[in-house]
Design a protein around this ligand. Structure first.
Ligand code: FAD
Length: 414
C-alpha cells in the first residue's frame, strides 16, 4: 500500500489549484486523475463552448491571464491548454489514467482504491467536479421512443442530431447557447423555459462579470447568505461568451426565430405540456435583473464612478408571445430530438464514507466535510463564496481549505 500525506482526486482547475496550495505548504501529496489534466473540458464539453466568464477573470493561484484578449471568452480548447500549462507551472504531481473506485476511512486517515492500487493518506480532497453527470428530470422517462434524446455531456454539434425539430429543455447558459447553435444549423428549435437568471452581457460599457465582482456580489460568503440551499441550486446565468460579446437572452432568441414555451411539466400520451406561467417567470427574471442593476448603479455612485461610466439605463422587458403553445405532440414528427439542458450534478457515488445526505449531496461546511476529519470537497457551487461556482473562486477556496488541512495534519484541529 502506498503512503502519502494527502491525496487530491481530480485534476481540473480546482484540484490543480489545491495541489499548488499544498506544495506551498510543503505537504507531500499526489493528484489522482481518471483521464488527463482538464479531462472534463476535453471529454465532456462541446467544441464550440466558450467560457461565459471573461478571460481576465480566468485566474488561479500563481496564474493570471496574460494573453492578448483579456475581454474575450476562452473556447474549451483554450481552457484545456491553460490548465495543462497551469499543471506544469504548479508542478502538480498528477497521476493520469488513475480512477478512484473507492474511498473509505482507515485507522489513521483514508484508504483509497485507485485502479488496482491501494493508497493510504491522512487527508483527502475531493475535486472531481460539480458537473460530472447530467441532471435529467423524471419526465424524461415519458418521452416517446421515436424521439432521440441528448444531454449536453454527449452533445458535440448539431450534425449529431436527426433532421427535424429540436426541443431544448432549460434556458440557462447551456440551453440558450445550444438553442442558438442548433437553430443556426437550420433545425427549428423550441426552447422550454423555467426559472432562469437573466443578465445582460454588458452594462454601462463593462462586462457583467466586472459588475458582479466590483459590487462584491461574488465575494458574498456562504455563511452570510440567507438561503444558502437556494443559492447553491440557482441556475447558471443566461449568458454566453461569444467573440462579439453579444447578449443571448430570450428576446434575442425569439428574434432569431426560436420558439419560446413555458417550463416542461409532463408528457402525457406523447404530448408535452408546458407551464402557462411563462410571462410571470420572465417578469420575475426581469425584476431580479433590474434589482441587480440598481445595486450596480448605487455602487457606482458611491464609488464616485458615475462620471467615468455611461449613464444608467434599463433593458426592455422580455417579450413573451401571448399565443405561446401550451402543448406539443411529440409523436407528430415535428420534434425529432429533445436536448436536456436541465443542469448537471456531481458524482460522488464511489464514496464509501457516510458523508452524503438523502439526495446524495456531500454534507460540508464551506468545503470541510462534516463528520470526516481530514476530508475536503472543492469545486461545488457557492462552496465558500458565490465566486466558488466559477474558476477564479478556487483561489480563495483552496487557500482557506489548505490552511484547514495543514492545521488538521499538525494536530491543531481535532
Ligand atoms: C457547460 C459548462 C460551462 C461552464 N462555464 C464556465 C465558465 O464560463 N466560467 C467558469 O468559471 N466556470 C464555468 N463552468 C463551471 C466550472 O468551472 C467547471 O464545472 C469546472 O470544470 C469545474 O472544475 P473542477 O476542477 O471542480 O472539476 P472538473 O473540471 O470537472 O475536474 C474534475 C476532474 O476529476 C476527474 N475525476 C472525476 N471522478 C474521478 C475519479 N473517481 N477518479 C479520478 N478522477 C476523477 C475528472 O476526470 C476531472 O478531470 C462551466 C461548467 C460547465 C459544465
Amino acid at each position: 500500500m502506498m503512503q502519502t500525506t494527502a491525496v487530491i482526486i481530480g485534476a481540473g482547475h480546482a484540484g490543480l489549484a489545491m495541489s499548488r496550495r499544498l506544495t506551498e505548504r510543503c505537504i507531500d501529496h499526489v493528484v489522482l486523475e481518471r483521464g488527463e489534466v482538464a479531462n472534463s473540458w476535453r471529454t465532456q464539453r462541446w467544441p464550440t463552448l466558450r467560457l461565459l466568464t471573461p478571460n481576465w477573470q480566468t485566474r488561479l493561484p500563481g496564474y493570471d491571464y496574460a494573453g492578448d484578449d483579456p475581454d474575450g471568452f476562452m473556447p474549451a480548447a483554450d481552457v484545456v491548454a491553460t490548465l495543462t500549462a497551469y499543471a506544469r507551472l504548479a508542478g502538480a504531481p498528477v497521476r493520469t489514467a488513475t480512477t478512484v473506485h473507492t474511498l473509505r476511512a482507515g485507522p489513521r486517515g483514508f484508504e483509497i482504491q485507485a485502479n488496482d492500487d491501494h493508497l493510504h493518506a491522512r487527508a483527502v480532497v475531493l475535486a472531481t467536479g460539480a458537473c460530472t453527470l447530467p441532471a435529467i428530470p423524471a419526465v424524461a422517462d415519458t418521452v416517446p421512443p421515436s424521439v432521440t434524446t441528448f444531454t449536453p455531456l454527449a452533445y458535440r454539434d448539431p450534425g449529431q442530431l436527426p433532421d427535424g425539430g429540436v426541443l431544448v429543455v432549460g434556458a440557462s447558459a447551456t440551453g440558450v447557447q445550444l438553442a442558438a447553435e442548433i437553430h443556426r444549423s437550420g433545425r427549428p428549435v423550441t426552447l422550454a423555459v423555467g426559472e432562469h437568471v437573466r443578465l445582460p452581457r454588458s452594462y454601462r460599457a463593462r462586462d457583467i462579470f466586472w459588475w458582479l465582482e466590483a459590487t462584491g456580489l461574488l465575494a458574498e460568503r456562504y455563511d452570510q447568505i440567507d438561503d444558502l440551499t437556494r443559492a447553491r441550486h440557482l441556475p447558471s446565468p443566461q449568458l454566453t461568451g461569444t467573440p462579439e460579446a453579444i447578449t443571448t437572452d430570450l428576446s434575442t432568441l425569439t428574434a432569431l426565430g426560436i420558439r419560446i414555451v413555458g417550463r416542461l411539466g409532463r408528457i402525457t400520451d406523447g404530448v408535452a405540456q408546458f407551464s402557462g406561467a411563462l410571462a410571470n417567470t420572465c417578469a420575475l427574471a426581469d425584476l431580479k435583473m433590474n434589482r441587480f442593476l440598481n445595486r450596480a448603479d448605487q455602487w457606482a455612485t458611491e464609488s464616485g464612478l458615475d462620471d467615468d461610466l455611461p449613464p444608467p439605463h434599463r433593458f426592455a422587458p422580455t417579450r413573451v408571445d401571448p399565443h405561446t403553445p401550451l402543448e406539443l405532440d411529440l409523436t407528430s414528427g415535428e420534434i425529432t430530438t429533445v436536448l436536456w439542458a436541465t443542469g448537471f450534478r456531481p458524482d460522488h457515488s464511489w464514496l464509501d464514507i457516510p458523508v452524503r445526505d438523502r439526495t446524495g449531496r456531500i454534507r460540508h461546511d464551506g468545503g470541510v466535510v462534516t463528520g470526516a476529519p481530514g476530508l475536503y470537497v472543492l469545486g461545488l457551487p457557492v462552496l465558500r463564496t458565490r465566486a466558488s461556482t466559477y474558476i477564479h473562486g478556487a483561489a480563495a477556496d483552496t487557500e482557506a481549505l489548505a490552511d484547514h488541512l495543514h492545521a488538521h495534519l499538525s494536530g491543531r484541529r481535532r
